[in-house]
Every structure is written in structure tokens, then in C-alpha cells.
Design a protein around this ligand. Structure first.
Ligand SMILES: Cc1cc2nc3c(=O)[nH]c(=O)nc-3n(C[C@H](O)[C@H](O)[C@H](O)COP(=O)(O)O)c2cc1C
Ligand code: SF4
Length: 454
């Protein structure tokens, strides 16, 4: 695939298979590591990363260097790095592509982070459906070990570090940083809140840096070429670096694209992803994975960087763009996402555990033509309740729901007027005899199960 934009993370994508150690090395790979270990202090590496404005690519966009600074000064004892490769958010597939393009770029990035925070072990947390990628990472970490870049006394210094690949048992909530720490520790992976940050108390109660895999893969370029080079890659002054955009749905060339941070969404879709297939018109996109809001077509000129999107009431999230055309039912699309979120709720707190099945039930009624006027307000109220949940999972799930009602309420109402899906979708599966939805009594609103035909 030919892309007319600087390819930093995807430099070796033209190979069409994972770059080997020798190929990575021949292109300047591991030069940042050689120029760093034993030659720069960890503080110097931290300063470079702070100056680069590198922000986390896992969804929240938190500055990487500031997170690393959270490790208590003077702490003596083990420190860990967790590489978040869970990637269970529907629509997001960038980390998988990255691992398959350049595993040693990832390994070098993890090593540079470990050096900066003086960690001795990195744990790469990977979802079970990525088994082939876990095997690839294990194979290539062994290559790095054989070359003396992992293990004891790396490059003859007193820096020792190794990487372990940990297979998740497979729940979306395990992607949340504090839940991931618990999952690796063998505990029930419900998120932790209120206590010390993971950079203070993480794996086995020791300081632990949790970063997304793409975040860390940016480090070799930053350390080698400097913070100004990294910032100059972005289109916007508030952005820095390139970004991997996973593009899926109704689009001519669905793929993962490396493009400058801050590029307008319209340009990604129409100049890189081939535009709409013949006869299709764009209706909406979800810009950053399933837990970001629907954006109507008129907002497509927004620059894709964290701050610009936030200012416009949108979210960059994982920059995983799902495209919906004029023939797609957005009630059905939202229901599809809510089926996922309902199944994946960890069940710890009430707004999420009870709110999601409640909304799912009402969306099923509307999609099957059995919806009532009052259901719209009930869905909106419950989505707002979900925003007060214990962790970011349920507020994320509320984003597509609330934006559906903000931008596409007329389409929802059309289901009520026609008493069926105007796009011809069949009544949702699971609605009817085997619905399985438990009665939900929540606040003053009537229980929707009263109207359930079961
Ligand atoms: C429900 C949920 C799922 C998440 N899944 C992932 C994931 O698969 N990968 C990821 O990197 N971050 C995920 N995150 C974000 C992490 O909590 C955390 O912010 C991130 O790993 C930090 O890395 P970064 O600063 O490099 O982005 C998730 C958050 C939530 C609330
Ligand atoms: S919002 Fe509550 S129930 Fe939902 S995943 Fe987070 S802690 Fe668990």
C-alpha cells in the first residue's frame, strides 16, 4: 500500500510481512537504544519524551512523560512496564497491524520506556484472539534476547530487563489499566479507583507504567530524531507525531493508515481510504472506537487530534473510524454496540450493570417496531445515569447512545412512525421468547419489561 505521508511506524509495511531483526536494524532500528543505554541517563530520556508532547494512543490521550513522572522519586524496588495490547474495543485494530509490521520497533520502544523508568520487567498484555501475534512477539523477543538486547546486563551495562507476553482470558474491561493490573495479578479484573495511581502502586503493589503498544512504538523515533522532529510530523500545533487510524465500515478501502496527527477526518476517508463505494453516501462516522460518539457528515472537517476533537465535543479515542452510509440503520448500529457493552460489563456498579440491559431492551423494542414515544426519553435519561458509573466503561458506552439521540433523533422516530425498521432490518435476534433480559426497576421510570411481549 502506497501512502503519501511520512511513514514512521509503518516504515517497513511495504514488506507485506513482519520485518525481521536484520531488516529493522538495516533501516536504523535499535540505533536509539544503542545511543541511549549506558550513554544517556534515564532522566535525559524522560526529558526528551516530555518535550515531545507524546500522548497516549490507547484512548485517553494522557501525556506519556507525565505518567512516567508519577513514579515516586527515590522509590527503591522493582518497577514494571505493562504494554496494553488488549485492543478489544470494536473497530480498533491498529496495534495488531503494528505488531505484524515491525515487532522490533515495538520491542525497542518498550526497552526505551523501561530504561527511562528503570523497570526490570515488561508484560505485554494481549487478547486471546491475537494468539498468532502473541506467538510472533514471543519469537521476536527471543531474537532480541539472543542479540543481547533483552535479559541481564544489556549492552554490558547494569540495565537488565525482559519482556513477558501475557495472554488475556478475554474481557474488554481488562483493557482498562487498573483492571489489567488485577488481571495479570490473577485477581478479579474490575477497575480500581480512588487509590494511588498504577505508577505508584501497580503490579504486585510496585510502581507500574501502563502504556498502549502504539504509544511505546513512537519512542525509537522520538529518542533518535528529537522532540521537535516528532512535533513537526503533526498537522496541528496541538498535535504531535503521526497516528495510526483504523478505518472500517462502508468505505472503499478499509485499512489501517499512518497519517499525521491533526489531519481532517474527511481527508483520511476521501483521499486515503478511497471514499465511499459507488452508490453510497456517508451518513455518519464513529471517529475513535465504539466508546466515542456518532459524528454527522457535516463535522468531517474536524482535525483528528485530541484537543481539537475535545473542543468540538467529540473524542479522538483510539482514532478507529467506523463509517456508516445512508442505507445503514443507526438504531441497529447502536444496538449492536450496546449488545457488546452489555455483555462486557464487569457488573461491579449499578449504572452500568443495570443501565446497559435497560437501554438494550428499549433499543430492541424500537428496532423491532414496538417502540413508544416515551422510550426515547427513557433511553436518554438512562444514558445520562450511565455517565456516573464507577469507571470509564459505561460513560464510553453512553457516547453512541446520546449522540444517536442528539444528531439522529428523527431516524429513531421514523422507527416509531413506521412501526418497523425503515431500513428493512429484521427484528433483532434475542428479542422475543429467549430475550433473557431481567426486569429492571430504575428510578421513577416504568420498567420496560412491563411492555415486553415475553
Ligand atoms: C473499558 C476500557 C477499555 C480499554 N481498553 C484499552 C485497550 O485495549 N488498549 C489500551 O491501550 N488502552 C485501553 N484502555 C485505556 C487504558 O485504561 C489506559 O488509559 C491506556 O492503556 C494507557 O495507555 P496510553 O496512555 O499509552 O494510552 C481502556 C480503557 C477502558 C475504560
Ligand atoms: S462502569 Fe462499573 S460495571 Fe461497568 S465496567 Fe466499569 S466498574 Fe464495571
Amino acid at each position: 500500500m502506497q501512502v503519501d505521508a511520512p511513514q514512521v511506524l509503518f516504515k517497513n509495511r511495504h514488506l507485506g510481512r513482519p520485518a525481521t531483526f536484520d531488516e529493522y536494524r538495516a533501516g536504523g532500528g535499535y540505533e536509539a537504544l544503542y545511543a541511549t543505554i549506558g550513554k544517556r541517563t534515564p532522566q535525559e530520556v524522560l526529558d526528551i519524551v516530555l518535550a515531545s508532547d507524546l500522548r497516549g494512543r490507547g484512548g485517553a490521550g494522557f501525556p506519556a512523560g507525565r505518567k512516567w513522572q508519577g513514579i515516586p522519586a527515590g522509590y527503591v524496588g522493582p518497577r514494571y512496564v505493562v504494554v496494553n495490547t488488549d485492543e478489544m474495543e470494536p473497530g480498533t485494530f491498529k496495534d495488531r497491524v503494528l505488531v505484524n509490521v515491525d515487532p522490533h520497533l515495538v520491542i525497542e520502544g518498550i526497552l526505551l520506556c523501561a530504561y527511562a523508568v528503570s523497570a526490570t520487567l515488561g508484560v505485554c498484555f494481549i487478547r486471546p484472539s491475537y494468539e498468532a501475534d502473541a506467538v510472533l512477539l514471543e519469537r521476536e523477543t527471543q531474537v532480541a534476547r539472543d542479540k543481547g538486547l533483552l535479559g541481564k546486563n544489556i549492552l554490558g551495562t547494569d540495565f537488565s530487563f525482559d519482556i513477558h507476553v501475557h495472554r488475556s482470558a478475554g474481557r474488554y474491561i481488562c483493557g482498562e489499566a487498573s483492571a489489567q493490573i488485577k488481571a495479570i495479578s490473577g485477581l478479579r479484573p474490575n477497575p480500581r479507583k480512588g487509590g494511588p495511581r498504577t505508577s505508584v502502586k501497580g503490579l504486585w503493589d510496585c510502581p507500574t507504567i501502563v502504556n498502549n503498544l502504539e504509544t511505546l512504538a513512537n519512542l525509537p523515533g522520538i529518542v533518535k530524531n528529537g522532540p521537535d522532529w516528532f512535533k513537526s510530523l503533526a498537522r496541528t500545533p496541538t498535535g504531535a507525531g503521526t497516528k495510526l487510524f483504523s478505518v472500517s465500515g462502508r468505505i472503499a478501502k478499509p485499512d489501517c493508515y499512518e497519517l499525521p496527527m491533526g489531519i481532517p477526518l474527511r481527508e483520511i476517508l476521501f483521499e486515503h481510504a478511497g471514499g465511499m463505494p459507488p452508490g453510497r453516501a456517508i451518513k455518519a462516522v464513529i471517529p475513535g472506537g465504539a466508546s466515542t460518539p456518532f459524528m454527522p457528515e457535516r463535522l468531517l472537517d474536524l482535525p483528528m487530534d485530541f484537543d481539537a476533537m475535545k473542543k468540538a465535543g467529540q473524542r479522538l479515542g483510539t482514532a478507529s473510524i467506523m463509517v456508516f452510509d445512508q442505507n445503514t440503520c443507526l438504531v441497529g448500529a447502536t444496538l449492536n454496540l450496546i449488545e457488546f457493552f452489555t455483555r462486557e460489563s464487569c457488573g461491579w456498579c449499578t449504572p452500568c450493570r443495570e443501565g446497559l440491559p435497560y437501554v438494550r431492551h428499549l433499543l430492541r423494542l424500537i428496532e423491532s417496531g414496538e417502540g413508544k414515544e416515551e422510550h426515547i426519553g427513557m433511553i436518554r435519561d438512562m444514558a445520562k445515569v450511565m455517565q456516573s458509573a464507577y469507571c470509564a466503561f459505561a460513560p464510553g458506552a453512553a457516547e453512541p447512545i446520546l449522540s444517536l439521540l442528539t444528531h439522529f433523533e428523527a431516524e429513531v422516530r421514523e422507527h416509531l412512525h413506521q412501526r418497523k425498521c425503515p431500513f428493512g432490518n429484521p427484528p433483532p435476534a434475542m428479542h422475543g421468547k429467549a430475550c433473557g433480559t431481567r426486569p429492571v426497576a430504575f428510578g421513577p421510570t416504568p420498567c420496560p419489561e412491563d411492555q415486553c411481549p415475553i
